[in-house]
Design a protein around this ligand. Structure first.
Ligand SMILES: *Cc1c(COP(=O)(O)O)cnc(C)c1O
Length: 337
């Protein structure tokens, strides 16, 4: 039995999802004529009370399009130093938008309104103009930590005061929503743009969506084109997204329960000095006395996969294809470690 916990992107489409994909109505989406893409975009925009959405091949693309929309050359983005947009998108803030970035520190990958306010550059010839704040929810490097609406509203207020845009990298945003049961529309009201991955916990083979105003999403279509993300009969892929939104959101809670169990199992190991608080489906453990490479190759030999997540950190992510049988097997492998 292979237990692949490297990411929640490794899942295979369920039979129901495949059925939805095979039977999708399709057309050429670059001409705006794919009815299933249009239906997905309308559906998810509606869920968040936002005007429009655009379907893209990846979450990197939806984030990078948002950054392009909300910056110009010589402007600056504020985000946490462990943000995906900074660490894992190939330097795209610079490469795609010719913008600078100001990195903030903060517990479990989160930043506060006070920090944001004191990081906005003054109107000074030396400084790039701050135009955008980007938050990540759930926060990957924070161990799947969650922002609450109460933490975001004051940040929105600062953005309004200083004329800044606010973007949400919500790659795993539904993981946050099923835990907090906060209203998706209340969240939609706080942000200029929201990026959501369908290919993570929601279990789709491909795809992300960017939500925003009609005007921003119109511009986003041009940016997507130049990024090479205009797809043709993408309805096959969008159908998976619609299916996931209808059938595979609530079950994210099961991934969280199994992640908590997994965290407890890891805590018992003598080589684990700390497990980050498990808030959703991500478990990060700090190792002591063994390197991540050694720990992971030992587990790999027993069919369990995770990833290195820092000099002394490893990460495991639970997902649709990790059930109770896999959890029991994981426990056995760890007991024998
Ligand atoms: C996965 C992820 C993305 C997007 O990644 P893609 O692989 O390009 O779809 C963006 N932000 C976060 C926090 C992620 O975990």
């Amino acid at each position: 039995m292979i237990i692949d916990l490297r990411s929640d992107t490794v899942t295979r489409p369920t039979p129901g999802m495949k059925e939805a994909m095979f039977s999708a109505s399709i057309g050429d989406d670059v001409f705006g004529e794919d009815p299933t893409v249009n239906a997905l975009e309308e559906k998810i925009a509606g869920m968040f009370g936002m005007e429009a959405a655009i379907f893209c091949p990846s979450g990197t693309m939806t984030n990078q399009i948002a950054i392009r929309l909300h910056t110009r050359i010589q402007t600056e983005v504020i985000c946490h130093k462990n943000s995906h947009i900074y660490l894992y998108e190939g330097g795209g803030i610079m490469a795609n938008s010719l913008a600078s970035v100001k990195l903030l520190d903060g517990d479990l990958g989160k930043i506060s309104a006070e920090q944001v306010q004191s990081s906005i550059n003054p109107d000074d010839v030396h400084a790039p103009e701050t135009t955008l704040v980007s938050l990540e929810n759930t926060m990957n490097k924070g161990g799947g930590s969650i922002y609450r609406l109460d933490e975001v509203r004051p940040i929105r207020k600062v953005c309004n005061e200083y004329g800044l845009k606010l973007h949400l990298d919500g790659a795993r945003f539904f993981n946050a929503l099923v835990e907090t049961e906060e209203s998706s529309k209340d969240w939609g009201a706080q942000f200029d743009t929201i990026s959501i991955c369908l290919s993570k916990g929601l279990g789709c083979p491909v795809g992300s969506v960017l939500l925003g105003s009609k005007a921003d999403i119109k511009r986003a279509r041009k940016v997507r084109k130049v990024f090479g993300g205009g797809m043709r009969q993408a309805g096959f892929l969008s159908a998976a997204g619609i299916y996931a939104l209808d059938h595979q959101v609530e079950r994210l809670k099961e991934d969280h329960l199994r992640a908590r169990a997994l965290g407890k199992i890891l805590e018992k190991l003598s080589v684990v000095s700390e497990v980050f608080p498990v808030a959703t489906n991500i478990v990060i453990a700090r190792l002591d006395g063994v390197s991540p490479a050694e720990f992971l190759s030992n587990l790999e030999a027993k069919g369990v996969r995770g990833v290195k997540f820092g000099p002394d950190l490893v990460r495991f992510v639970t997902h649709y294809d990790f059930g109770d049988d896999h959890l029991n097997e994981f426990e056995k492998v760890m007991a024998a470690f």
